[in-house]
Write a protein that binds this ligand. Sequence first.
Ligand code: SF4
Length: 315
Amino acid sequence: MAPLTLGISSCLLGEQVRWNGGHKRDRFLTDTLGRFVRYRPVCPEVECGFGVPREPLRLEGDAQAPRLVTSRTRQDHTERMLRWARRRVRELETEDLCGFIFKTKSPSSGMERVRVYNATGVAAPKGVGIFARVFMEHFPLIPVEDDGRLHDPVLRDNFIERVFVMQRWRDALRGKRSRGELIRFHTGHKLLILSHSPQHYRIMGKLVAQAQAMPISALYDEYQRLLMEALRLKATPAKHGNVLQHIMGYFKKQLFPDAKGELLEIIGHYRQGHVPLIVPITLINHYVRLYDQPYLTGQYYLHPHPLELRLRNHV
Ligand code: SF4
């Protein structure tokens, strides 16, 4: 499989590219996630030629189409940044990005809630950074997050799960496209999809079952759209609880009543927030190995990303 490549705002890697010559290194991104991914850093303001140090920029005017203006000397750099951003996203097409991590609140790189100043100098957190907007419009299906939101363990788990799915999907796209290959991909991701959206699980199941009825490229496009739409929805403890009980059904002949009772009890503790998801998952993985359950062995739901990231260890 090709390495998992993520775009990232350069300052998050510790590069000294901020307006004041500083950086915003994020230790989780560099030291922990960085062991599993290859980063492609992008600093819009430096790459656009503003230099370091530089006068800070800010967004002004209409929050839907703000201007990028230097905060003291009032120079408008919107068109310059837009021209550069449109060229840069075309270059990034060749990078096979599986996701992008933006720097929060930046007028160039922020993906949401960036301050936009009105004519009287009052700011409202309603904007999107100029480069981030161009990127998201150009790559609507690529998972994106910002460093601030990634401090939330649920959002972090969700984002990293999506970028690993994207890596496998890109790998599938590099091979020969066929209905059989799509079914193989879908089979491995069924329970993962179910944990995010039972509705998408049904719709995508039907799509794959009726695969003969569609041209192959339209089938792949529709599948990818639904896949990313499903995974953006939060996998709640209630949805995980349902998936875990669904998995229990595969062991109904092997597990003795006391083992079944123990697993049910642990799933109940997880639903109530007393233990993290990794606890029932570890016990289930033990039974999968013990009873050699081939369907479950192939389910990415049971190992969606490297254990070392400890993304399922929170309550
Ligand atoms: S927030 Fe974006 S533009 Fe600002 S220093 Fe970081 S990468 Fe560069």
